[in-house]
Design a protein around this ligand. Structure first.
Ligand SMILES: N[C@@H](CCC[C@H](N)C(=O)O)C(=O)O
Length: 260
């Protein structure tokens, strides 16, 4: 059958998006998801997202990594799905939608989507890194000369080495100004470096604040694929009102033949 799809990107983190309100997509077909995300034999993407009906909110987000497995929250994917819902006319400029980590509020202004992330009250600070969950698990580590850093090799080593089979996403960070950081991320489920990771840069902003590298409540992050801003409040050891803001755009749409 012919499957209609849309391709979106948020700071270079790219996704195949499918309108699944009529329940047309076989969610348990891991092989099909991986094939659609394949950059040579499929459409090509870091992940695939379904937009579905939801009883509690405007729509539901179902996220799969490029390896075909359903996974935890994707921040850039969430921003792209909000842009898609706006394009479809499912929402106007404001929304609340349901995702694997709970309800998310978001606003759309042109191609800028501002997405509220889950509260964070646990940041594990180790000798040379931090670990926290911003909807997905993230290792955050400062390095020197980030541009030259071997993200693929070191990311892969840590992803399995410290965190076992379930793994973690691995973020390498270089501070540029008091409130500005460059970040490169190795994503589990993609098993390689992506151009940007939304839950990852959110984790970086909070970890840098918690460790005293910045006192700012609005942090600017530069990734390979573009710039994102993270704002938050901290009260009694808990980070809340965390917002991830940046561009999310439709790249192309089409149909693909698949045997489902
Ligand atoms: N690219 C994402 C993170 C996607 C989930 C991640 N690969 C995982 O399985 O933990 C983002 O923008 O947050």
């Amino acid at each position: 059958m012919e499957l209609q799809f849309f391709k979106y990107q948020g700071t270079g983190n790219d996704f195949v998006i499918i309108d699944n309100r009529q329940d047309v997509f076989p969610k348990n077909n891991t092989k099909l998801v991986a094939e659609l995300c394949d950059r040579r034999f499929g459409i090509g993407a870091d992940g695939l997202i379904l937009l579905e009906n939801d009883n509690l909110s405007d729509f539901k987000m179902v996220y799969f990594n490029a390896d075909g497995a359903e996974s935890s929250m994707c921040g850039n994917g969430g921003r792209c799905l909000v842009a898609f819902a706006h394009y479809l006319g499912v929402i106007e400029k404001e929304t609340t939608f349901n995702a694997v980590d709970g309800l998310h509020h978001a606003t759309v202004e042109g191609d800028i989507v501002n997405l509220k992330m889950i509260d964070v009250d646990k940041i594990h600070e180790k000798q040379n890194h931090s670990f926290l969950d911003t909807g997905s698990p993230h290792h955050v580590q400062l390095v020197k000369e980030l541009k030259k850093f071997d993200v693929q090799k070191e990311g892969k080593k840590l992803r399995y080495g410290i965190y076992g089979e379930s793994g973690s996403n691995i973020n390498f960070v270089e501070q540029k100004q008091d409130n500005a950081f460059d970040v490169r991320t190795y994503e589990r489920g993609v098993e390689g470096e992506t151009f940007s990771c939304g839950t990852g840069v959110t984790a970086v902003a909070l970890a840098m604040h918690q460790s005293g590298k910045t006192a700012a409540n609005e942090v600017h992050i530069h990734t390979i694929g573009g710039d994102l801003t993270i704002s938050f409040e901290k009260k009694g050891g808990k980070y809340s009102n965390i917002f991830l803001k940046g561009p999310a755009t439709q790249v192309f749409k089409g149909t693909i033949a698949c045997s489902i």
